[in-house]
Design a protein around this ligand. Sequence first.
Ligand SMILES: NC(=O)c1ccc[n+]([C@@H]2O[C@H](COP(=O)([O-])OP(=O)(O)OC[C@H]3O[C@@H](n4cnc5c(N)ncnc54)[C@H](O)[C@@H]3O)[C@@H](O)[C@H]2O)c1
Length: 384
Amino acid sequence: MIGIGGFGQVHLTSLRTLAHANRAKLVAFADPTAARLPDTVAALTWEGVAQYDRFEDMIARDDIDAVIIATPIFLHVQQTVACLAAGKNVYLEKPPCPTLAEYDQLEAAWRASGKVCAVGFQMQAAPVFAYISELVDSGKLGTLTDVWAAARWPRDDAYYSRASWSGRYTLNNVPVFDGPATNALAHVVHATSAIAGAPVRVRGALKRARPIESFDTAYIEAETEKNVRLQLLLTHATQVEKGPIARLRGTGGEATFDWDMNATFTPTGGETIALKFPYQNMVSILLNFIDAVETGSEPATTLPQTLSFLNVVNGALQSGGGITSFDPALIAAVNDDTPKRLYTVAGLDADIEAFTDDPAATPSTVAPGPWVPVDEIGRGLYGV
Ligand SMILES: NC(=O)c1ccc[n+]([C@@H]2O[C@H](COP(=O)([O-])OP(=O)(O)OC[C@H]3O[C@@H](n4cnc5c(N)ncnc54)[C@H](O)[C@@H]3O)[C@@H](O)[C@H]2O)c1
């Protein structure tokens, strides 16, 4: 493992379950600031897991088949390329990288390696996602016309001060592009993009209410090769925790799904069917990766499958002319001078409420920029 703190802790738990079943053995980990996690390090040391500061030293070992990379976003490309070049299979946490140029590097390294490179968009392996995919693929929804998703997830000062890369657009000139659509709610962008199909053109606006470099609110529209309109309105600039919820509309009915694993299906003129699925088990996503390594099957999320996600977020960035601030007159700080400080935008909650019900409801607080054809999306980070 590279990176044992933060979300890496979830993978450590899964790996112990897999070790009990003799399906995986954690050999080593690399994390230069592991000393901040003395209990974790003590347990891993007792379990015989070797510790490294530098991941390069760890991957030089020839008794490692696969590496889980759960590090900050701006380290993903460098570490993944090095692991693949060293002949290791890689499970890379989402998002794969900030920019299309970096995606090109990842794809080239992956293809040259002949190894597995799975991306940690675990919703793709969730039972609720299989149900929704089947509704689309079987034609039960008729011809799909709209996919839209809304999410409000308050993120306070404590969240933004947890890591040096939080809220950053770049760090030491390396792209970070941290924000709801690219980090905490990236799953929503990826899952809905996967359903809607590859984007043909994108427009949007990435905005900030909080005084950060990057964005805390995303409004994104895309038209896809399946003739579906994808629309997303996602924010951390709110006091209200609601969603994410994704909705689908087709000529044969409507469907919804959410990250509490609820799904509904309403055939046109028919009764709503509501189902609750079990949570996606993080052990099973690693088993899916191990299966890909052992049998050559495709992992739940392949690198090329993340290209729609990258086009959608980078297209919105370019369309909006980079990240811009909300009208300062609309921004308010709540719980000022405490770690629970939040920034909110007058009218944004009402916009999201209306948009959740009707994707044609035009937000009053955020307007998309011009359409950007996908082949005109810049490969570097916009403006850098
Ligand atoms: N799949 C999910 O549901 C999910 C959820 C949360 C986070 N994530 C992803 O996990 C990744 C990590 O996010 P986080 O919030 O845990 O980050 P974080 O800032 O907490 O860092 C995670 C770990 O990486 C270590 N690290 C930093 N630099 C390193 C280096 N050079 N070499 C090795 N280790 C290093 C840190 O010390 C820390 O222990 C991100 O890509 C994030 O988007 C995924």
